[in-house]
Design a protein around this ligand. Structure first.
Ligand code: FDA
Length: 398
């Protein structure tokens, strides 16, 4: 038997749930389909199980896209305060952790239950697990074939996200649909991901694994430059921590990243000044500025003698040491990939979409929302805010 609804939303994650709820509450008949058997697994694991559901300081500048203007309209029409009103209406306790990042006090499950309830209010039919085998368009409707039969709808919203974390159900479905309808794509790459280095050259840094400190970190070209002041973590394979995850979204293969391991101090000048006043050895002086394990390890990497008296050292050597810490340039050989990436950068090219509604300009009735689109937020609740905002924009338009 062929089923007929107004709207089919494919992908019951953050964006899909929001879109379905909004469309349903406008009186549309909506079917929400997902191939997974558990609802919204990514929300469940997000924010360490507490879901960093938005960021109070969200602006379009917190997003990367080939067209940085695209996200403006949807973000302006559905703000962090709008999502917060919903959270408050459901009595979900939350707190601000750091730089405007809002987390649930208890569990990400509460966000899933809230969105599910919003779908129920809108009479949304949730159909999962359900596998979509094909999607085609006739003159005035779409036909979707699934393992549970054929469904027809006037509008179809693709909300299947990006490629990150395949083990919990990420697929390239959105990109395949884009290809089928000849919609341009921006090549997807893993983002918000730890960076790795050639094993031989990283060997010297392995003893530093586990050290974390606040740094300034930057990379990119004039057109798209990333700069963050956040924590960095040394790992056995490379660099991680919030600062590195942030910069990974801006990093392009072959380009170096620049790290200031001691942002508050012009170290070369300071060391040269200390040389005339201090009787200490180099190891002790450096340990005054950096965590002692890092100071020790850094001197070893640079083949400096930790026990030499700083007074006996040449200014040139002190300058080189200071510069290596204030201006460490290092070129990753890759990243930990989609297995570890929190998001996918790139996706459906926004050129093809309406920024008001998320509809494909040349395929009336077909919409893309959320992470499937080439709009990638910083770490810190910005990606969920995009999922909510783009979901609402499409939900109001279908
Ligand atoms: P999302 O991935 O949420 O949903 C896509 C849905 O489509 C899934 O349910 C999937 O099963 C389904 N699907 C895929 N292929 C399909 C197919 N072929 N057929 C049918 N269904 C299909 N962001 C943030 O702002 N704050 C945070 O705290 C975190 N934390 C975080 C932690 C971790 C570990 C990860 C991996 C990611 C985050 N994120 C985050 C990012 C955030 O989770 C992400 O940007 C949003 O979930 C994207 O929402 P979407 O709805 O677009 O995709």
């Amino acid at each position: 038997m062929v089923k007929q609804v107004d709207v089919i939303v494919i992908g019951a994650g953050a964006a899909g749930l929001m879109c379905a709820a909004v469309a349903g509450q406008r009186g549309k008949s909506v079917m929400l389909i997902d191939h997974a058997s558990v609802l919204a697994e990514k929300i469940r694991i997000s924010g360490g199980g507490r879901c960093n559901f938005t960021n109070l300081h969200t602006t379009p500048q917190n997003y990367l896209s080939e067209n940085p203007h695209f996200c403006k309209s949807a973000l302006a029409r559905y703000t962090p305060q709008d999502f917060l009103s919903l959270i408050k209406r459901y009595g979900i306790a939350y707190h601000e952790k750091h730089k405007g990042q809002l987390f649930c006090d208890h569990s990400a499950e509460q966000i899933i239950s809230m969105l599910k309830s919003e779908c129920e209010v809108g009479g949304v039919e949730i159909n999962m697990p359900c596998k979509v085998t094909s999607l085609s368009k006739s003159i005035d409707h779409f036909v979707i074939h699934t393992d549970q039969g054929e469904i027809r709808a006037a509008s179809v919203v693709i909300a299947t996200g990006g490629l990150s974390i395949p083990k919990i159900g990420a697929t390239d479905f959105a990109y395949r649909i884009a290809q089928q309808f000849d919609i341009p794509m921006i090549a997807p790459t893993p983002a918000l991901v730890p960076l790795t280095f050639d094993a031989t050259s990283w060997q010297a840094f392995v003893p530093l694994a586990g050290i974390a400190l606040e740094v300034e970190i930057e990379t990119g070209t004039k057109k798209q430059r990333g700069y963050f002041r956040e924590d960095l973590l040394f790992t056995h394979r490379g660099l991680s921590g919030p600062g590195v995850l942030q910069i990974s979204s801006y990093w392009k293969e072959g380009e170096p990243i620049t790290i200031n391991l001691l942002p508050e101090v012009e170290l070369a000048e300071q060391l040269i000044h200390e040389k005339s006043t201090s009787k200490k050895n180099l190891g002790n002086v450096l340990a005054h500025y950096l965590p002692s394990r890092l100071a020790e390890g850094w001197l070893e990497v640079g083949a400096y003698k930790a026990d030499q008296r700083i007074a006996d050292m040449q200014d040139k050597a002190l300058r080189a040491l200071g510069d290596s810490i204030n201006n460490w340039k290092i070129t990753p050989n890759g990243s930990e990939g989609y297995r570890k990436a929190e998001v996918t950068r790139g996706g459906v090219d926004t050129k093809a979409l309406s920024q008001q509604t998320m509809m494909v300009n040349k395929v009336p009735g077909l919409y893309f929302i959320g992470e499937a689109i080439d709009v990638t937020g910083w770490l810190g609740g910005y990606n969920f805010q995009w999922a909510w905002a783009s979901g609402v924009a499409a939900g109001q338009a279908v």
